[in-house]
Write a protein that binds this ligand. Structure first.
Ligand code: NAP
Length: 315
C-alpha cells in the first residue's frame, strides 16, 4: 500500500499506539514512526520491538516535523500533552487522538491546537484487556469501527486523508458528532464495563464466604466479566470521570430495568422474564449477523477467531 503520512508521532506507546505502529509498518503506510511514553521502560520496549524508529523523553521532541500526531494516552493525560506539543507542531500537520470519550478530549485538547494544524478526534472501537507496548498487534483494527468526530469547519481533505489511513489498517470508518459518540459508547461499552467491575467485585466478596468456589466453578458468563474487569484501571477511571453525564443516564435506565426484573422474579412473573430474554437474544443475533462477533460456542477462544473476540474489550 502507499504511504499516507511520511512521519507519524505516537504519544503514548500502549496497546492502541503499538497496534497502530505494527499495522502501519506491515502495510507500508508511514515512512518514519517516532514515539514518546511516560516511562523509559515503555520507550525502550518500543525500540526493542522495532515499532518505533526513534523515541524521545518528551512529547515535544517526538512531534517535531511529524505529519500526523496520535495522542494515545489515557483521557485524563491529554490536556497536559496537548499544551506541551502545541508550539512544536508542524504547520499543516494533523493531530488525532484515540480516546474513548470525545467531548472531554475535545475540550481538553482543542484550545491548545494552533490554527495551522488539523485536529480531528477519533476513537477505534477495538481493544483487549491487555495494555502496554508489548500488547499490540497489527490486526487489532481489522473489521472494527473507527469513529471520527471532526469539529465544525474541519478541512475535508485532511479528514479524508485520516480516514484513508484508518481504512488502510482494515477499519470501517464512520463520522458522528461528539455528544452522540459519548452516548452511544456509554450504552455499548462504558456502562457494561462498570457492570462487569461490579459483578466481579460482588463475586470477590462472596469468595470469602465460599472459599475458592467462585474461581473453581466460574462459568462462561462470569469468566467474561472477569476478562472485561481486568482492563486497565487508569484508562477506565478516566473514562467514567470524563463521560459522566452519559454514563449516569444509562446507569439510571439500567437500574430501572434491573428493578423490573427483580420484581418479576419475586412475583414469579415468568412471562415477563421470557419476553425480556427473547428480546435480548435477538440483539445478540443481530451483532453476530453484523460480523462484530463469532457464534462459536467457546467464542472462538484459542482458535482462529480468538483475536476477534479480544476486541470485545474495546472501550
Ligand atoms: P495503555 O496500553 O495503558 O497505554 C497508555 C500509554 O500512555 C502508555 O504508553 C503510557 O506510558 C502512556 N502515558 C500515560 N500517561 C502519560 C503521560 N502523562 N505522558 C506520556 N505518556 C503517558 O493504553 P491504551 O489501551 O493504548 O489506551 C490509550 C488510549 O486509547 C486511551 O485514551 C483509551 O481511552 C483509548 N482506547 C483504549 C482502548 C482499549 O480497549 N484499550 C480502545 C479504544 C481506545 P507508560 O507505558 O510509560 O506508562
Amino acid at each position: 500500500m502507499a504511504v499516507i503520512y511520511e512521519k507519524v508521532a505516537l504519544i503514548g506507546l500502549g496497546l492502541i499506539a503499538s497496534s497502530m505502529a505494527h499495522a502501519m509498518r506491515q502495510r507500508g503506510l508511514a515512512v518514519t514512526i517516532t514515539g514518546h511514553a511516560k516511562s523509559a521502560a515503555s520507550r525502550d520496549a518500543a525500540m526493542e520491538l522495532g515499532f518505533c524508529d526513534a523515541v524521545f523523553e518528551t512529547a515535544a521532541q517526538a512531534v517535531e516535523g511529524a505529519d500526523l500526531v496520535v495522542l494515545a494516552v489515557p483521557v485524563g493525560a491529554m490536556e497536559a500533552i496537548a499544551a506541551e506539543i502545541g508550539p512544536h507542531l508542524k504547520p499543516g500537520a494533523t493531530v488525532t487522538d484515540v480516546g474513548s470519550v470525545k467531548q472531554a478530549v475535545i475540550a481538553a485538547v482543542a484550545p491548545h491546537m494552533p490554527d495551522h494544524v488539523h485536529f480531528i478526534p477519533s476513537h477505534p472501537l477495538a481493544g483487549t484487556e491487555h495494555s502496554g507496548p508489548r500488547s499490540g498487534f497489527a490486526t487489532l483494527f481489522e473489521n472494527r469501527w473507527w469513529l471520527l468526530t471532526p469539529l465544525d469547519g474541519a478541512e475535508a481533505s485532511a479528514v479524508t486523508r485520516l480516514r484513508n489511513l484508518f481504512e488502510a489498517m482494515g477499519a470501517n470508518v464512520e463520522e458522528m458528532d461528539a455528544p452522540h459518540h459519548d452516548l452511544v459508547l456509554a450504552v455499548t461499552s462504558h456502562t457494561p464495563h462498570l457492570i462487569a467491575y461490579t459483578m466481579v467485585g460482588v463475586a470477590d466478596d462472596l469468595r470469602r464466604v465460599t472459599d475458592s468456589e467462585v474461581i473453581k466453578y466460574s462459568a462462561a458468563g462470569f469468566r467474561d466479566f472477569t476478562r472485561i474487569a481486568a482492563s486497565d484501571p487508569t484508562m477506565w477511571r478516566d473514562v467514567f470521570l470524563t463521560n459522566k453525564d452519559a454514563t449516569l443516564e444509562i446507569l439510571g435506565r439500567f437500574t430501572e430495568e434491573l428493578f423490573a426484573l427483580q420484581r418479576a422474579i419475586r412475583k414469579g412473573d415468568g412471562d415477563h422474564l421470557h419476553a425480556y430474554f427473547t428480546r435480548t437474544r435477538a440483539i445478540r443475533r443481530g451483532i453476530i449477523q453484523a460480523g462484530q462477533d463469532t457464534a462459536a460456542p467457546d467464542f472462538g477462544r484459542g482458535g482462529p477467531a480468538a483475536k476477534q473476540v479480544q476486541n470485545e474489550g474495546a472501550a
